[in-house]
Design a protein around this ligand. Structure first.
Ligand SMILES: [Zn+2]
Length: 131
């Protein structure tokens, strides 16, 4: 039985691994969105035109002691509605990463749990959050 790498990483539905590369101290996972088109936040029309992409770097839980960086290739959509108050919007990854966050929710929760259980004391190099 072959294990899918996507299931190993436990990505939410709509996110898929495109490529995995590594450096001496970092595993880099390129993630693309596969969810269907989204509705524009202000005019509620369905987005049909991807006008560009941007890359968002987010740290995730370590794999066997290796730092993991997720590179999301996030879609930006352009609205064709002439009266639309927002012509361009980028899709959100809210179920997995908060807006403007530099780490995944699960990474934040893990670090927070360790911090709470140790009352923030101790000298743990492995707790160092890097971005
Ligand atoms: Zn619109």
């Amino acid at each position: 039985m072959m294990l899918e790498v996507s299931s190993l990483l436990s990505l939410p539905a709509g996110l898929e691994i495109a490529e995995i590369t590594e450096t001496s101290d970092l595993v880099i996972v390129h993630v693309v969105t596969t969810s269907p088109i989204k509705a524009y936040p202000l005019c509620s029309e369905f987005a049909t035109h991807v006008c560009s992409y941007y890359t968002r770097k987010v740290s995730d839980l370590q794999w066997a002691g290796q730092h993991v960086q997720l590179l999301f290739h996030v879609r930006k959509f352009r609205c064709d509605t002439a009266t639309c108050p927002r012509k361009v919007f980028a899709e959100h990854l809210d179920s997995f990463v908060e807006a403007w966050a530099r780490q995944t929710k699960r990474s934040h929760e893990a670090i927070e749990a360790i911090g709470l259980s140790t009352c923030g004391k101790g000298e743990h190099d492995w707790l160092t959050v890097w971005v």
